[in-house]
Design a protein around this ligand. Structure first.
Ligand code: ARG
Length: 280
């Protein structure tokens, strides 16, 4: 395991006042104190595992800002900004990009709609990128050109799994290291995407509907420990058999917004290119 560097956003302003995915229901009340307590447990779990967690200030009126994975995608210290599909989340893109600019990262404001690491996952030397509900294929090309890396487009077909990170976990190699391993729920993908995944990752772990439908795939792996929904019990068994240590953390309150542990966690890869901005 290598120590990871994550960015998270405390759900102080978390609520469900709009519906942009099938998990969200404005008629169901949200318990903010419970969401914050669960989120703190998630952050503490990462710290206990030896990882570093940076925080971005939550902004009022942006209830989904807790889903930090959507804020940007960071590869080799180069930040590809998010450009959201729905106007309700639009202001999150610039807020996250500013956080990175203030810390000396090389930032790139996107020309094409993309929802950050929710859809653009790093697996070793390549990136897997979801499309179909949020992120556009043109953004995959934009990211590939920015980083000089291969980005493989995968079409998602089930609205419950609207971001790639709701249907696929990067078990090894999310930090860009060469050894890779993934798990996914095949029915979330188009036939073509499934064929691509089978060709690229013939030994991938295939996960069943019961685990996927509790957003079990929305898990955070450091290559050894996999932080996941406690209700994804079969997935946890499969992970244990494969040599991983499942670390169940309850994020049930954040599921009301359609997100789990991974949605709340943006992985930072590489260092900022300059530190001058931070001290300016
Ligand atoms: N309510 C948010 C949305 O629909 C949830 C985002 C979950 N994030 C993720 N990385 N899958 O946009």
């Amino acid at each position: 395991m290598s120590a990871r560097h994550y960015l998270m956003c405390r759900p102080e302003h978390f609520t469900v006042t709009y519906e942009i995915n099938p998990w969200m229901d404005v008629s169901k009340p949200v318990d903010v104190a419970k969401a914050v307590a669960q989120w703190e447990r998630l952050r503490d779990t990462f710290l206990d595992l030896g990882h570093t967690v940076d925080l971005i200030d939550p902004l009022p009126g942006l209830p989904d800002m807790v889903y930090a994975a959507n804020g940007a995608t960071v590869v080799d210290g180069v930040v590809y900004g998010a450009l959201f599909t729905h106007p309700e989340r639009a202001a999150e893109g610039p807020a996250y990009l500013q956080w990175f600019a203030d810390r000396g990262y090389q930032t790139h404001a996107a020309d094409h709609v993309n929802e950050g690491e929710g859809d653009i996952l790093t697996v070793g030397g390549l990136n897997l990128a979801g499309t179909g509900f949020r992120t556009e294929r043109t953004a995959h090309a934009e990211a590939a050109a920015l980083w000089g890396r291969e980005v493989v487009s995968l079409e998602l077909v089930d609205p419950r799994f609207y971001h790639l990170d709701t249907a696929l976990t990067v078990l090894r190699g999310s930090d860009g290291s060469a050894e890779t391993d993934i798990a996914y729920f095949p029915p979330a993908f188009s036939d073509e995407a499934r064929e691509q995944l089978e060709a690229l990752f013939p030994d991938a772990l295939l996960v069943g509907e019961a685990d996927a439908e509790v957003l079990g795939m929305n898990a955070v792996s450091d290559g050894e420990h996999v932080v996941l929904n406690p209700n994804a019990t079969t997935y946890a068994d499969q992970l244990r058999e494969r040599g991983y240590e499942p670390v169940p953390v309850d994020t049930s309150e954040l599921l009301f917004g359609g997100g789990g542990a991974k949605c709340c966690t943006l992985e930072l890869r590489g260092e900022p290119s300059s530190t001058s901005a931070a001290s300016a």
